[in-house]
Design a protein around this ligand. Sequence first.
Ligand SMILES: *Cc1c(COP(=O)(O)O)cnc(C)c1O
Length: 377
Amino acid sequence: MSTTAQTPGTATSRASAVDAFEVRPSDTARTDAERAALMEAPVFGTVFTDHMARISWSVEQGWHDRRVEKHAPLQINPAAAVLHYGQEVFEGLKAYRHDDGSVWTFRPWANAARMATSAHRLALPELSEADFLGAVEAVVRTDVAWVPSGGETSLYLRPFMYASETFLGVRPSREVEFLVIASPVGPYFASGVKPVSIWVVQGYHRAGPGGTGFAKCGGNYAASLLPQQEAYAHGCEQVCFLDAVTNSELEELGGMNVFVVGADGSVATPPLNGSILEGVTRSSILTLLGEAGHDVQERPITLAEVRSGLQDGSIAEVFACGTAAVVTPIGRLASDDFDLTVADGGTGPVTASVRAQLTDIQYGRAEDRHGWMHRLL
Ligand SMILES: *Cc1c(COP(=O)(O)O)cnc(C)c1O
C-alpha cells in the first residue's frame, strides 16, 4: 500500500491514512471464475467484494485498529445501541475504472465532510478526511479486481458508522464501528435512460426543521419507506416529499435531489434549508449548468408552481439526481389530486446533457477541469 494519492494532473490530492490500514486477507476470497460469474450482471446491492475496511472507536481509545478484513457477518450483541435507537450514518460513492485501467472516485472529500456533518448530528464521533479516504483507498486497492470495466459500471462504496455499544440506556454510544463495504454494480439504466414517475406525497414528511434531514442517516430512510410504498401503490417508482412547515414546497425524493428546468433555460433546485440532503451530484450539477450559462437558482419551488408550469409549458424538464443513478429524468408527477406528464415524456436536452457531462468526467472521457476526480490506483 505504498501508492500515494499524489497523481499527476489532479490538483486535489489530499492526505490519506491508507498506509495505516493493516490488510488481513480473507481466507474465503472468491476465485477469478467465481468473481467473473458474480460480476456478470449484478443486481444493485446484492454482490459484495471479498474484503471490507474497518476502524473501531471508543471513548477511551478514539479511532483505532485500522484494518482491511474479510467481508463477513458482524458479531453484534442484541443490546447494541444501533438496533434500538438507530444511531447510524452512512455515505455512498463509487469507484470508476477508466479505459486505461486506472481507478478513480468522484469528489470523495465531499463525502468525507458530509459524513462528519451527519455524524455530528447523530452524536457519533467524527472521522477525519484522512481516515475516510484511507479506508476507501484500502478496500478498493485490496479488491481492485472487483472494479468492473465498460459501460456505466462501477464499484459502489458504502461507508457507514454505527453505535456498537451493548447498552440499552439512551445516550450516545461509547463504542462505534466504521466500515466501508464494496459492491460491483452494472449500469443503473441497463436498457437506456428511462424517465421515472414520481408520487408527490402529501400526508407524510421525511424531515422537518431542526431534525435530521440534512444528515445521511438510516432513520431518514426508515421514515421514507411507507410513503414510498404509497408511491408504488399508485404506479410510481419514487416519492417526492414536500416541506413539513407549509406542505407546499418541493424538498427531495427519498434518496435523490430534484431539479426543475424552465422553458427559458433557467434551472432551479430547492435550497439547503436544513431538511434537505446536500447531494454531491446536486452541487456538481449546479456548477456545470452555471458554467454552461444557465440561470441557476437555489430557491423554494412550490408544488403549485410546478403544476402550473407543467400545464402551461413554462417548465420543460424535471429530473432527480444522486450517486447511484447520476441523473434520472422525471416523466410524470402525480398525487391525490393531479396527474401530470412532463414535455416529451421527460427526455429533455438539459437533463440528457448534464447527465452526459457528469458521466464523461467520472469515466475519464472528458477533462476534469474542477479537480473532482481522485485516483485510487
Ligand atoms: C445520498 C442522498 C442524496 C444524493 O446525494 P449524492 O451525494 O448526490 O449521492 C439525496 N438525497 C438523500 C436523502 C440522500 O440520502
